[in-house]
Design a protein around this ligand. Structure first.
Ligand code: ADP
Length: 162
């Protein structure tokens, strides 16, 4: 059984992430989405909120599991018995960091390989940070995220302002 892990912050999940999730879920028997609970970043949404959001927008895909994790990605892969890491590539700017990450992970565990999906052209400009920035200034975000996610972002921004 081929099991892959798609790790990321997903703070929040965008249509660009969803596109990668749908494509990767078609290639592997099980796709585990690993929500990184990163201590060094201050996220907009808690790891649990991000897991719930992902569950909400991936309901139509049956071979998906979603968990929050902290620590090393490679340890999470071992724990999950996954042989593949899935990452997305948007532009050259992603390449250097992603190459370094995948090579390091392969040195740490040669049994785990990284597979890259090139972004759907429609979403090549899209990132969670851009969505948050637009939302912060009350901009329109409905073209970038699922309507339910857009609603949660607006609500969170409102809470943060009060
Ligand atoms: P991280 O903090 O690990 O970069 P992100 O949630 O920002 O987490 O991204 C997770 C993965 O999804 C990364 O591999 C990133 O390159 C990819 N990704 C993010 N946005 C897009 C997009 N619009 N198109 C394709 N891949 C994307």
């Amino acid at each position: 059984m081929k099991k892959a892990i798609y790790p990321g912050s997903f703070d929040p999940v965008t249509n660009g992430h969803l596109d990668i999730i749908e494509r990767a879920a078609r290639l592997f028997d099980v796709l585990v989405i690993g929500v990184l609970n990163n201590q060094s970043k201050t996220p907009l949404f808690t790891a649990n909120e991000r897991v719930t959001m992902l569950q909400e927008v991936t309901k139509h895909i049956s071979n998906i599991e979603i968990y929050a994790f902290d620590g090393l990605l490679i340890d999470f892969c071992r724990e999950q018995n996954a042989q593949v890491i899935v990452r997305g590539l948007r532009a050259v700017t992603d390449f250097e960091y992603e190459l370094q990450l995948s090579q390091t992970n392969r040195v740490v565990d040669p049994d785990v390989d990284t597979v890259f999906f090139t972004t759907n052209l429609k979403y090549s400009y899209l990132s969670s940070s851009i969505v948050k920035e637009i939302a912060m200034y009350n901009g329109e975000i409905d073209a970038f995220v699922d309507p339910k996610v857009a609603q949660l972002i607006r609500q969170k921004m409102k809470e943060n302002r009060s």
